[in-house]
Design a protein around this ligand. Structure first.
Ligand SMILES: *Cc1c(COP(=O)(O)O)cnc(C)c1O
Length: 583
């Protein structure tokens, strides 16, 4: 391989979209992501490569990953750093650029990996790296840990991503980029990097002319990913001043009329198109940030990545175009249900074997298996199914046996999240001989593939409206696994009762708000299990299979990143002119 983008078709003059993300799940062997945001970024890039969209992506290297999650005897999470063989995946570049951090000059290098699509398209991804001998020891650690360290560490990382990423693209000769896509607020300093370049061509450095901000806006597209206020990066004014310096704080002032640094506001101010990640999330974000029109482009998943091997074979046989054209999953409606059941049985066996091998759980392949994997944090409410343990046990005794498999990491500083993991872990003992319960450690892409495809029902119980979209239920749907979920995020769009799965709670929770929402939702969860899901699974298998088939045809056919990337292309990037003229 050679340096730079020269091997991509057309060279660096070609890419028109630069996608910036703090985390990207590029390969299951690269721990360069923490969870949903990074997996979505990876799926986006894979679909862009499939569609041969002229895109380049930028992220940080994360030499020590997010963390490896170990669970001790009591179910308490221990975090361990991950070492991964960078050279096995990425190619080092000789180009370096510099960024100013706290009045120091920090050198930034990069590694490259190419993501190849189904039909020969390619998206180069650059992973920024400050572990260079010229840098001070602390600066060398800046691209080590994803979401590690304190505010100062995080802000410095965001300088590396926004300024370092932009300068690297320039150094590599990417001079024709028309749109910069900020995937979440972490990338917002890109707005200042673009502004800086435009300012350099004017004599004035003190005043920021409004037309320059408009020119930056013309180039940027911003996707916001969480309706939870704590999820939006914010830095105190004195820290911003220390890290960025007076000059860049002046620009901030011009953009925000406020020298404290709210990354979401900066990205909103600097972008021509802003979107939330599901219909409802777009609405919630509009009310969080009045004054900005916020659109919705609902997330998806990369179908080929998330279809289990047995479903890949089935689709290859029955829907031969599905790898190139994910709309053809709609025609799963014509696949005989028995073939879906057979493909599912293979995926389920793989999960059951894993659970029994790793957790010695004695799971039975004929028992209804419910999967639930989420970041372990309070508002995701993964313990909701244990709200009334006696009721759950009596349902299993009367309507049919149950097995529950959980996974998910807690952020290292989220004590409550860690308590939730421990509580679920304890349920294994509490419910022994009555209901099988396991908490599998170290939820990652490889485990998500097994879990989403191998469960019979995918459970999701967040406190609405905190789920921006959710994507694991989409991974399940591709594999014919219906969801039992609170009506929030994508499920508002994907749910058709008894057709694609089952709801918990109302679409507009207004009526429920004065009640104990946990109790209301738990009662409905139990009722659906008792009256619908268990009787169907054990007594009306053909009806259950019909629901599995609809999950693929109705939801797999829509909630995929091929549809999502095309929506970005048409609604957000709007490059149709250049794109069509290309080549
Ligand atoms: C898909 C995925 C997520 C996100 O799932 P949600 O349903 O959006 O919470 C998180 N982690 C991993 C490893 C995943 O594969």
């Amino acid at each position: 391989m050679t340096d730079g983008p020269s091997l991509t078709k057309g060279g660096p003059e070609q890419p028109l979209v630069a996608y910036f993300s703090m985390e990207i799940g590029i390969d299951p062997g690269m721990p360069t992501y923490a969870g949903g945001l990074g997996v979505l970024a990876g799926d986006t890039i894979r679909s862009a490569a499939d569609l041969d969209i002229p895109m380049v992506a930028v992220t940080l290297l994360h030499r020590r990953g997010y963390f490896y999650q170990r669970l001790d005897e009591q179910g308490w999470q221990r975090e361990e750093p991950v070492a991964w063989p960078i050279n096995d995946f990425c190619h080092p570049l000789s180009q370096h650029v510099t960024v100013e951090i706290e009045n120091r000059t920090v050198r930034v290098g990069a590694w490259q990996i190419r993501v190849r699509g189904e039909t020969g398209g390619e998206v180069p991804v650059y992973l920024l790296d400050t572990d260079l001998p010229d840098n001070e020891p602390w600066d060398r650690t800046l691209t080590d840990m994803l979401y590690g360290g304190d505010d100062r560490y995080r802000l410095c990382q965001e300088v590396v991503l926004g300024f370092g990423g932009y300068r690297l693209l320039r150094a590599l000769g990417y001079n024709h980029i028309r749109r910069f896509h900020l995937n979440e607020g972490h990338a917002a300093l890109l707005v200042l990097a673009l502004l800086e370049e435009k300012l350099a061509s004017r004599s004035t450095e003190e005043q920021v002319p409004a037309d320059l901000i408009d020119a930056v806006r013309e180039q940027c597209v911003f996707t916001t990913h969480t309706p939870v206020p704590a999820g939006h990066d914010q830095f105190p004014q004195d820290l911003a001043r220390r890290v960025l310096g007076d000059r860049r704080c002046l620009w901030l002032d011009a953009c925000l009329q406020d020298q404290s640094l709210n990354m979401t506001r900066l990205a909103l101010r600097g972008s021509r198109f802003v979107n939330g990640v599901a219909m409802k999330h777009g609405e919630v974000s509009t009310s969080l940030f009045p004054g900005y029109p916020i659109h919705s482009i609902t997330n998806g998943v990369h179908a080929v990545t998330w279809a289990a091997p047995s479903f890949q074979l089935l689709f290859d046989r029955r829907l031969p175009d599905w790898r190139r054209d994910q709309l053809s999953l709609r025609y799963a409606i014509g696949i005989p249900v028995q073939e879906i059941w057979e493909a599912h049985a293979v995926a389920k066996q793989a999960l059951i074997d894993y659970v029994n091998r790793e957790a010695n759980a004695g799971f039975d392949r004929d028992v209804l298996t419910i999967g639930c994997a989420r970041r372990a944090t309070a508002y995701k409410r993964s313990t909701l199914i244990f709200h009334d343990v006696d009721r759950l046990v009596s349902i299993a005794e009367r309507a049919g046996p149950l097995q529950l498999v959980f996974a998910g990491k807690a952020h290292p500083r989220d004590h409550e999240g860690k308590q939730m993991i421990r509580r679920i872990h304890e349920m294994r003992q509490t419910l022994r001989d009555k209901i099988g319960v396991v908490y599998l450690p170290n939820y990652d892409i490889t485990l998500a593939r097994l879990l989403c495809a191998g469960s019979d029902v995918w459970l999701n119980t967040p406190l609405p409206p905190t789920e921006a979209s959710g994507t694991s239920g989409m991974k399940a749907a591709i594999n014919g696994v219906p969801s039992l979920s609170v009506l929030d995020g994508w499920w508002i769009e994907g749910h058709a009762e008894d057709v694609t799965g089952w709801s918990i709670g109302n679409r507009e929770p207004g009526k429920e708000l004065d009640q104990d929402l946990d109790a209301v939702h738990a009662a409905e969860l139990y009722r659906k299990l008792d009256e619908k899901i268990l009787p169907l699974f054990y007594g009306e298998r053909d009806h259950f299979l019909e629901i599995m088939r609809h999950a693929i045809a109705l939801n797999g056919g829509f909630f995929n990143t091929q549809r999502m990337v095309l929506q970005y292309l048409h609604k957000a990037y709007r490059l149709t002119g250049d794109y069509a003229r290309r080549g």
